[in-house]
Design a protein around this ligand. Structure first.
Ligand code: SAM
Length: 329
């Protein structure tokens, strides 16, 4: 994966970090030390439970106890940035009034952002050969708009792969009402996505022809390329928490939500599948990750269109358990 702001020693520009001295006093324990301290660099069960609860509330990401070591190592940079001695102090900071803004940083530190250009390329083949041609034809004739969504776009490779697939078929696509929305909960990866500068080895899956057409030199960055203006013109990056409110109006013809829900618990996954089903028109397509599965009840309003590829049918969304009425928009 292309390095993101996460790989730098400091938090993202603009992130508010309290002065170290003020923080140290804010998090100093009021009473005697806890009975069962963690090993140095380690994490107690109580602290892990607190962190897992906050992360699940904020993002839907489920952290099983087996991830304790991973959580501890991912938080090392946050401890350094906040000048905190250990995870126990970090947990006290999170619960203090001064720590309210830290919840987002915690989620950013614990998201898995692995991605690459044209990942699972059979999905892009299906787009190019089956899904996009009729949509682009209708857009070219001015009969309709076309909307694609990369939900959980990480550092942008998926969204730019979508843009290049559109452009392979229609180089003048930006002149029509064709757009790709690319969203993620993590502002740090969105910064990388907007910059659109990637290492040569990360750009390799594009192949020589796409690289020549759609990637420009990155000034002052030898060994890197910058996504060109034409693919950029098709993509809008925005922060969005998939378990929060969705401000978008209108439906999406194609949704890519791949390798995102795998980190959610089953109930959160089901709620998300239901929301995708509501925002896809009849015939709209949902592409998911190779190890993900749509919940059985929601599957009733999709038909399988290929490997981890689902087409919305006209079947109404079944009522969700405990919901009096819920109808597709
Ligand atoms: C493994 S990456 C997948 C990237 C890309 N879709 C792919 O398949 O290559 C998962 C992304 O989901 C994002 N994510 C996790 N929870 C999220 C949430 N609640 N709302 C939006 N994005 C979320 C993470 O920040 C991360 O960038």
């Amino acid at each position: 994966m292309t390095p993101t702001a996460r790989d730098g020693p400091l938090p993202a520009p603009g992130a508010s970090v309290a002065p170290a001295a003020a923080l140290a006093s804010a998090v100093r324990p009021p009473g005697p030390p806890r009975a069962a301290p963690a090993a140095p660099g380690g994490i107690t069960d109580t602290d892990f439970a607190l962190l897992a609860r906050i992360v699940q509330q904020e993002s839907g990401i489920f952290l099983p106890p087996a991830k304790k070591g991973l959580v501890a190592s991912r938080l090392t940079r946050r401890l350094r940035a906040l000048a905190l001695p250990d995870i126990a102090a970090y947990c006290r900071h999170l619960q203090s009034p001064a720590g309210a803004g830290e919840r987002g940083q915690l989620v950013s530190a614990l998201t898995t952002n692995v991605t690459r250009f044209f990942r699972e390329d059979h999905h892009f083949d299906a787009l190019r050969t089956e899904v996009l041609p009729p949509l682009l034809k209708a857009a070219a004739s001015g009969r309709r708009r076309v909307r694609l969504w990369s939900a959980g776009c990480s550092s942008g490779q998926e969204a730019y792969s979508l843009a290049m697939t559109v452009l392979d078929l229609m180089p003048e696509a930006a002149r029509h009402d064709i757009r790709i929305l690319a969203t993620d909960i993590d502002p740090q990866v969105l910064e990388t996505a907007r910059a659109g500068v990637y290492r040569d080895e990360d750009l390799a899956p594009l192949g020589a022809e796409r690289r020549r057409r759609w990637v420009a030199p990155a000034p002052g960055r030898p060994g890197h390329g910058r996504i060109g203006d034409t693919p950029r013109a098709l993509v809008v990056f925005a922060p969005l928490n998939l378990i929060g409110d969705w401000p978008m109006r209108g439906r999406f013809d194609v949704i890519f939500c791949r390798n995102v829900v795998i980190y959610f618990d089953a109930a959160t996954q089901t709620r998300l599948w239901r929301r995708f089903a509501q925002i896809l028109p009849d015939g709209g397509e949902l592409f998911i990750g190779h190890s993900e599965r749509i919940s059985r009840d929601v599957l009733a309003c999709f038909t399988s269109a290929g490997i981890t590829r689902y087409r919305r049918t006209a079947t109404p969304l079944p009522a969700s358990p405990g919901t009096a009425q819920e109808t597709p928009q």
